[in-house]
Structure formats: C-alpha cells, structure tokens
Design a protein around this ligand. Structure first.
Ligand code: BGP
Length: 474
C-alpha cells in the first residue's frame, strides 16, 4: 500500500545545518593559537586522510559573505557555527582577547542576522588550544577556569547577536577518542583519567551556564550530545544487561548530569566497583552541576547502538573499557553507510526523541546533526558540475518522516540541522567523505549547490514534503 501525504512541520521550525570552526574556517590572518589538531598533524601526519590538515579547510573565514548567500539559497533560517577558542585567545587559549577574532565573529553573526539566519553558537567543538592540553586538557581545573573565562568573553562580545548558545558539541567524543579508542589527541588509553576529564567537562558546562544566567541574556543555553538508542540483540537477560550497561556509558553518562543535574546511580556503582571513578571532585562541584543544567538540547543522531553479551572472557590485565561488559552486535540485514561504517536506521531518531520526551522532561530540543558522508561524490556529478545526490535526499526524508512522527506524538522538537552545509574537513578523515548540501572543489574553493541543496530549499520554503507514511513502522 502507498499513502502519500504531506508531512508538515511546526511553524518557525529551524531548518539549517551545522559545522565547526576547526573544520570550516581555515586559519586566516587574525592570529590563532595552535590547536591539538595542528599539533597532532605535526606529530603524526600519516594518520590524516591524504595528509590534509585543517589550515585551509573550507576557507570560510575569507568566504563567509558568499557562504551566507549560499545558506539562503539552500533554505537555511538558522545555522550552527562554533567559535574558535584558539582564535579568541591566540596566546595559547588564555591572556588577552583577540580584537581581530571579535571583529570576524561580529561581522559573521551580523551578516547572518541581516539575512534572516539565526545564529546558533557553540563554544567547544573538539578544538582545544595545544598549550591548554599541555596543562592537562579537560583533566585540569585550570583549563576549566580558562574555558569559563572564554565562555564569558563570548557571551559579552556576541550576546546581542546569538539566538542559542551551546557549551559543547559531543563532549563524549574527545573522552572516547582520547582515553578509550585512540582517535583523538593526545591518545591516552586510560579510562580513569578519562572519567576525570569527563567530570571536569560536565563541570565546565555547568559553570559556563552559571555565568550565562548571571548575564541575563535574552537567549538560551544548552548542549549538543551525540546519542544513539541502544538495542540488545535479543531479550535474553544477558543481552538486555549488556545493552543497559552500554547505554549507561554512552548515553546516560553526559545526558543525565548535563540535562538533569545528577549522575546515574547505576553508572556510579559500576565505576566504583572497578575503581574507575574520578577522584578530584567536591561537594561545591556537584551543587554547581545540579543547579546549572541545559535549557535546550541538541541531538546529534547518526546510527543506533546494537549490542550483545560478551562471548569471551575479559582479560582483566588489559586496560579497563566499557567493552568489558558487552560486544557490538553486527545485526544481519542492517543497512550501512559503507563509506563511514555507520548503520542507517532512520527509526532511531524517533526512539531517541521519545526517550528525551519520556525521561528528560520533554526539554526543548532539536536535531543538531544528522547526515550522510559519501566518498568520491564526483561520480555523481552531471555535465553542469552539479552533484546529483538522490541518496542524500532520501536519507533526509526518511529521517524527517520519523521526526515528524515524534513531533506528532508530543516531542518538543524545534528544528532539524543537517551535517553539513558546504563539504568540510572531517578530522582524521579530512575530505574523504562529503556531507554537504553544497560541494567544494578543493583546488579552486568553488562552491556548487548539490541537488540535495535545492531539495533543502524547497523543504524549508514549504515547511514539509510528501512522503509515503505506510513506510513508517511502529
Ligand atoms: C560528528 C561531529 C562532526 C562531524 C560529524 C561527521 O560526530 O560533531 O564534527 O565530523 O560527526 O563525522 P565524521 O566527520 O567523522 O565523518
């Protein structure tokens, strides 16, 4: 059966996309401190796809005016950037603020506002100034204080231009990458140190919100989390328990303290049992975290998490990891984005929104990232030079249909931001997988709207699209 229907989204829905400073701006001439990405590239260039670093990326710092025109042409009414800490404080992330950085961001944000594009500004997107990493990065209270000073400076300098603020993008990412999975500088595999860094990240979020509230700005502040609904392989109690534990580590770890102000008791008990709890924390820290929670929540959704119970014994002399308690379940028949190695499961966006509705007070939220990175997209270029990315249009529609269903069932979802706007630099994958609504020629920096960019404009103009609702499963 086919039941085609127009899926209409709420009035004033935020249509847009996101990217980050390190991935899109390029170094420019304002002055900028070395970041951990510059440092890591210097030390191990062979770990970056085609040895491409972040010095030029999408050169947004020079092309921002043209880029804002492209935002309009692709239907944006809102856009998330991150502010570069290293640009704001070029002397290693502390000291004197950089007037040239202030001038750049004020011009960018003003130009966006003048063109009807709401500014969503994120303060930290994986880009620690290297000097602060040398002081311990997120394991250090000194770095937390430096971050809060940086945050306060941004609130004061740009508070009149920003619609919504975010303390962090995916705070779990650097913890996972640095302390557990070796994809983030400085590549220390040490769970307990990671737990300390996670705790201080959460504290930094709370302290920034505390300062924000004192300034009484007209905007809201929140956080952007990467969340995946967790599914056990079966209802066998061992699989169910494995899924519960994975969920504690990957979902509740940041969501609970940053949104509710407290930590999952189950997670605390588990970490206590294995002597992995952070040691440096005070009662004042816990009160601060309790009193200063997110006012708005961004949800980055790419893939579900499927797990099963372990089939082998753990070697307890190996470094402690969450995987001591479960294994990934490679579900037969799953649909994959092979280029990125992520499963595509659109219903997961619905499950995630329902979890937020049912367990997190239905906090005001939006999809802050969702998207499909594809390698060698030139294959899909037509004679005019446009990328015909029908697969991306399908991907967006399939996810939006489940988002529409979630909204219709009462989820407080205010918008959808795609990853990403113009193809941008993807950390160690550099420009391998392209995610944009607009393609980028790396040699000339020429931007060309993809077919998905045209679709996105229509979607935003009409606030919806036609879809076969019989495809939506319960
Ligand atoms: C998110 C990050 C983004 C972006 C995206 C795509 O987790 O917030 O910065 O990179 O994932 O992932 P990747 O670039 O690794 O393909």
């Amino acid at each position: 059966m086919t039941t085609m229907k127009k899926l209409t989204f709420p009035d004033d829905f935020w249509w847009g996309s996101a990217w980050s400073a390190e991935q899109a701006e390029g170094k420019g001439e304002t002055g900028k401190a070395e970041t951990i990405w510059d440092r890591w590239f210097k030390e191990q260039p062979y770990r970056f796809y085609q040895r491409i670093d972040s010095s030029i990326t999408t050169d947004h710092i020079h092309q921002y005016k043209e880029d804002i025109e492209l935002m309009k042409k692709t239907g944006h009414n809102s856009f998330r950037v991150s502010i570069s800490w290293a640009r704001m404080f070029p002397n290693g992330g502390t000291g004197k603020v950089n007037p040239k950085a202030i001038s750049f961001y004020r011009k960018l944000f003003s130009e966006m506002n003048n063109n009807g594009i709401k500014v969503f500004a994120n303060l930290y997107h994986f880009d620690m100034p290297a000097t602060l990493q040398d002081k311990g990065g997120w394991e250090s209270r000194e770095v937390v204080d430096a971050y809060v000073h940086y945050a306060e400076t941004c609130f004061k300098e740009f508070g009149d231009l920003v619609c919504h603020w975010f303390t962090f993008n995916e705070p779990l990412g650097p913890i996972l990458g640095t302390y557990r999975e070796d994809f983030h500088y400085p590549n220390l595999i040490d769970f307990k140190r990671g737990a300390q860094a996670a705790f201080f990240t959460i504290l930094a979020h709370a302290k920034a919100i505390q300062v924000f509230k004192e300034l009484a700005l007209p905007s809201k502040i929140g956080v952007i989390l990467n969340l995946s609904p967790t599914f056990p392989r079966s209802q066998n109690p061992a699989d169910v328990k494995a899924a519960e534990i994975a969920d504690l580590f990957y979902t509740r770890s940041f969501l609970d303290p940053m949104v509710k102000g407290n930590f999952s008791k189950k997670l605390i008990l588990l970490l206590q049992e294995y002597n992995q709890l952070p040691e440096d924390y005070t009662k004042e820290d816990l009160v601060c975290i309790y009193e200063n929670t997110a006012q708005i929540l961004g949800l980055n959704y790419y893939e579900p998490r499927r797990v099963k119970s372990r089939s082998s014994m753990v070697d307890t002399s190996s470094p402690f990891l969450p995987e001591w308690f479960f294994e990934p379940h490679i579900m037969p028949g799953r649909r994959m984005n092979e280029y990125r190695g992520w499963e595509i499961y659109e219903k997961g966006i619905y499950d995630l929104c329902m979890d937020i509705k049912n367990h997190y007070g239905n906090i005001e939220a939006f999809i802050s990232e969702n998207g499909m990175g594809v390698a060698d997209e030139e294959r899909f270029m037509d004679d005019t030079g446009q990328i015909i990315d029908d697969y991306r249009i399908e991907y967006i529609k399939d996810h939006l249909a489940y988002l529409w269903k979630a909204i219709n069932e009462g989820c407080n979802i205010k918008g959808y931001h795609l990853w990403t706007f113009i193809d941008c630099w993807s950390w160690i994958n550099a420009y391998k997988n392209r995610y944009g609504l607009v393609s980028l020629d790396l040699t000339t920096q020429k931007r060309t709207i993809k077919k998905s960019g045209e679709f996105y404009k229509q979607l935003s103009d009409t606030n919806g699209f036609r879809y076969d609702v019989d495809l939506l499963v319960e």
